[in-house]
Design a binder for this molecule. Structure first.
Ligand SMILES: NC(=[NH2+])NCCC[C@H](N)C(=O)O
Ligand SMILES: [Mn+2]
Ligand SMILES: [Mn+2]
Length: 299
């Protein structure tokens, strides 16, 4: 198995600019070297072409950069599918979280019944109708479960991208009013920060693995860096206080690695412009990837 890195320098799905520099920041923090040091085979396939924000005129203010994001996600979907078909491991670097639509549309075609564990401070369960910002990075989980703009939902030809009862959202603490209602009416299993405080991360993740891992066809993790507390991951576009700790983040991914069920991984929303002090958030992202790919402290 080879880990194939794909960068997606997309920042068209969010208000705050800068996640287009996420893939560079994570590479610069030593991603490849860290994986090679673990004995993994790594190929870096570079970045997917993303139109530069300044160079495009928004076609329709009601669907902000919809067509541009669609094009990027279609390319990403094809690449992810090809990597999985080959038996390799896609490691997707965002970019804002809109990229998850591409990653998951691609996974859908190769591993149709994969389980999804989504780490996020947010629900990303909006549609153009419920969103208060109109930003597409607040919509990808809804789209993956078949809700939202037809062009997005159908971007890979097959919808939904994931089975709702094998979809788990961990770490949420900031939901929009209508987003909360749609999540409650869905079969997505949600572990809010309150639940993590109450039950502990170990139990939450073990339950999440049991839910998403049903049927044994593997797991995909979509990791929005804003799930981590902004005191240790300041370099994100939409920080929310009260996030998971350094150890909780590692523990979650260590437990997932232990299952040997992880088929693909995506790390997104790294925004180096917002980082306070060096390239901390990208460095944390690199460390978290190593935990997800099996780096152990001892046991
Ligand atoms: N991937 C993210 N960081 N999403 C943040 C979404 C924030 C807000 N709920 C929105 O829809 O605009
Ligand atoms: Mn997100
Ligand atoms: Mn988020």
């Amino acid at each position: 198995m080879t880990v194939e890195i794909i960068g997606v320098p997309l920042d068209l799905g969010a208000n705050r600019r800068g996640t287009d520099m996420g893939p560079s920041a994570v590479r610069y923090a030593g991603l490849c070297q860290a994986l090679v040091k673990m004995g993994l085979q790594v190929v870096d396939s570079g970045n997917i072409d993303v139109p530069v924000h300044e160079s495009i005129k928004m076609a329709n203010p009601d669907t902000i950069f919809l067509d541009e994001i669609l094009t990027v996600c279609r390319t990403l979907a094809n690449q992810v599918q090809a990597i999985l078909d080959r038996g390799d491991f896609p490691l997707v670097l965002g970019g804002d979280h809109s990229i998850a639509m591409g990653t998951l549309a691609g996974i859908r075609k190769s591993v149709p019944d994969i389980g999804l564990i989504w780490f996020d401070a947010h629900g990303d369960f909006n549609t153009f109708e419920t969103s208060r910002t109109g930003n597409i990075h607040g919509m990808p989980l809804a789209v993956a479960t078949g809700r939202g703009h037809a062009k997005l939902v159908q971007l890979g030809g097959l919808s939904p991208f994931v089975q709702e009862d094998k979809t788990v959202l961990i770490g949420v603490r900031d939901l929009d009013y209508h987003e909360k209602i749609s999540l409650k009416n869905s079969r997505v299993k949600v572990y809010s920060m309150k639940k993590i405080d109450e039950l502990g991360m170990a139990r939450v993740v073990k339950e999440a693995i049991a839910i998403a891992g049903q049927g044994g066809s593997g797991l995909h993790v979509s990791f929005d860096m804003d799930v981590v507390d902004p005191s240790i991951a300041s370099g994100v576009g939409t920080p929310v206080p009260g996030g998971i700790s350094y150890r909780e983040a590692h523990l979650a991914l260590e437990l997932i690695a232990e299952t040997k069920m992880l088929r693909s991984l995506e790390i997104c929303e790294v925004n180096p412009i917002e980082d306070r002090g060096g390239n901390h958030t990208a460095s944390l992202a690199v460390e978290l990837v190593t935990s997800a790919l099996g780096k152990r402290i001892f046991e």
